[in-house]
Each structure stands twice: as structure tokens, then as C-alpha cells.
Design a protein around this ligand. Structure first.
Ligand code: SAH
Length: 248
């Protein structure tokens, strides 16, 4: 058993893609037992129905370090704190940063609560695109140099992996999906099965299966997850499926 009492543990909670029905029981319980819930405003809004009567602290995007420090300071004051991230908190979320700061706050512990990440919630909407090996690559170059993103895209496409793209577009990076397609176009045929899902588990959910050449010109936004198939992927009746190779 840990020497820490429950009061000194900060829960880092993945809330899934959006709808409360897609949160795990463990995540629901972590929020239920917390006094203070900290997160980006959009995420707090998603879990609104679970936060009544609790102290809510939101900090804008790009103030992640600040947000984590507030969580530690609240926990030091004796509050039961939950930090929320969309999807899984350990996948392009706050969990690793919370661990990086942990040594500065002796007496406080962390418990990461797994959530359904966009790759698999979106896959379920789209069909069954992830039945073999796949790579998740974020197109955001805020924290990762673009050359490295490029190298990872080429490597994954060269190894015939299904590729899931997070952050395929933003206000400043409207053309990043087209760029990604151009980087791997020598490795992926134009008729390769691809797809994208917008607003998974949220209002306006939309899934589209399309070819690699159509994907190049698709209009996606920051709430879209993109799937680029491998040589076993195909489209049937609007669904994107990757064969596992069973003989039938
Ligand atoms: N921690 C999150 C990922 C954060 S990165 C997770 O595990 O899901 C942000 C990117 O995730 C977005 O740009 C988008 O590509 C994807 N994403 C997150 N939630 C989504 C949703 N509800 N619908 C579609 N894509 C989503």
C-alpha cells in the first residue's frame, strides 16, 4: 500500500472522446470523488453533468504547465483533485507532464485513469480500420519538429502500417493533411482505403470513407481523426475495414 492517503492523490483522468457514456467506470468514480476538477474549458464543458457543486478551474490552451501546477497546489491545500484530458490523458495529454512535475511536490501522488482515445473510438464509428499494426502520428509541430513528423510518417507508410493522424489541421496549419499525404504519396497508392471521423462522440459526429487521393483534398479540422489504410484495408458500404487475413 502506498503511504499516501487518498486525499493526496491527483487523478489524471481521460474522459474519452466526448459523450459521458464513453467514459470508463473508473473515470466516472474519479470525478465523483473529487472536490476540484481542472482542465481546458472545452473538456470541462463535456463533463458538465458530472461536475455540479464542484470547484472547476480552467486555464486556456497552451498554459499546460500552469494548469498542472495549479492541480498540485490545490492538492497541497488538501483538496481531492482531478485533472481531465480528452480521450486518454496519457496520449497527447497531461499525464506525462504531471509526472515530470511530480518530484517538485513531495507528499503528492498521481493516479492515471485510462480513457478511450480518439483512435479507437473513431475506428469503431468508421468500421474496423485498426485490426492489424498501426501507428498514431500527431501532425502538430508545436512540440515536435516537423522533420521528425515527416520521418515517422515515411517510416510508418514504408512499413505498411495503418496510420492514424491526430491534429490533422488547425487554424494556423490548414494544409497539414495535404502535406502529410504528399510526404507519403510515393508509398501509398491513390486508391488506398482511407477515412476520417469528425466530432467523435460529440454533436456533429461524421464519418467518411474515401480514397487516399480524395483524402488529400478533404476538409478536416482540429476535431477530426484521420485513418490511412494499409495494403489490407478496403471500403465496403461506406465502412473502412482492414482485413486481418483470416481465410473464409
Ligand atoms: N488525448 C486525446 C488526443 C489529444 S490530441 C485522445 O486520447 O484522444 C487532439 C487530437 O485528437 C485532435 O486534433 C483530433 O485529431 C483527435 N481527437 C480528439 N478528440 C476527438 C474527437 N472527439 N473527435 C475527433 N477527433 C478527436
Amino acid at each position: 500500500m502506498s503511504e499516501l492517503s487518498n486525499n493526496n492523490i491527483i487523478y489524471v483522468v481521460g474522459i474519452g472522446p466526448g459523450d459521458v457514456s464513453m467514459m470508463t467506470g473508473e473515470a466516472l468514480e474519479a470525478l465523483r470523488t473529487s472536490d476540484t476538477i481542472i482542465g481546458y474549458p472545452v473538456y470541462l464543458k463535456l463533463v458538465e453533468e458530472l461536475t455540479e457543486g464542484k470547484e472547476l478551474i480552467s486555464t486556456p490552451m497552451k498554459q499546460e504547465v500552469e494548469r498542472c501546477r495549479i492541480a498540485y497546489e490545490e492538492a497541497q491545500r488538501g483538496k481531492k483533485v482531478a485533472v481531465v484530458s480528452s480521450g486518454d490523458a496519457g496520449i497527447y495529454g497531461m499525464a506525462s507532464l504531471m509526472y515530470e512535475l511530480l518530484p517538485e511536490y513531495p507528499g503528492i501522488g498521481l493516479s492515471v485513469v485510462a480513457g478511450i482515445t480518439a483512435a479507437n473510438s473513431g475506428a469503431a464509428v468508421l468500421g474496423a480500420p485498426l485490426s492489424g499494426d498501426f501507428a498514431v502520428i500527431s501532425m502538430s509541430d508545436l512540440l515536435t519538429p516537423f522533420e521528425l513528423i515527416e520521418r515517422r510518417l515515411r517510416a510508418a507508410a514504408g512499413a505498411d502500417m495503418v496510420i492514424v493522424l491526430y491534429n490533422p489541421s488547425s487554424h494556423k496549419r490548414k494544409d497539414y493533411l495535404a502535406k502529410a499525404c504528399e510526404i507519403i504519396q510515393d508509398k501509398v497508392p491513390a486508391d488506398r482505403a482511407c477515412g476520417y471521423v469528425k466530432n467523435i462522440g460529440r454533436e456533429g459526429q461524421e464519418a467518411v470513407a474515401l480514397s487516399f487521393s480524395e483524402l488529400h483534398d478533404a476538409e478536416v479540422d482540429m476535431f477530426t481523426t484521420v485513418y490511412i489504410g494499409n495494403s489490407m484495408s478496403y471500403i465496403d458500404d461506406g465502412k473502412m475495414i482492414t482485413r486481418r487475413g483470416y481465410s473464409k
